[in-house]
Design a protein around this ligand. Sequence first.
Ligand SMILES: [Zn+2]
Length: 74
Amino acid sequence: MEVNAYAAKEANGDLEKFTYELGEIGSEEVDIKVSYCGFCHSDLSMIKNEWGMTQYPIVPGHEIVGEVHWAAPR
Ligand SMILES: [Zn+2]
């Protein structure tokens, strides 16, 4: 499945349109079609690599609203 997002490709980089291929969904993961996302200080810290652990490209915006399309059966 192809995912459309916005990503920073380097520390302090601007967010640019970014497309990537979503891998297989694992047994403890869910597939969510994101409608909206928030953007908090943690996202800014990650974009700026303030904690020294950011891997680029990074797609920020971890507080989301959307529809769960698939979840592993329990
Ligand atoms: Zn947050």
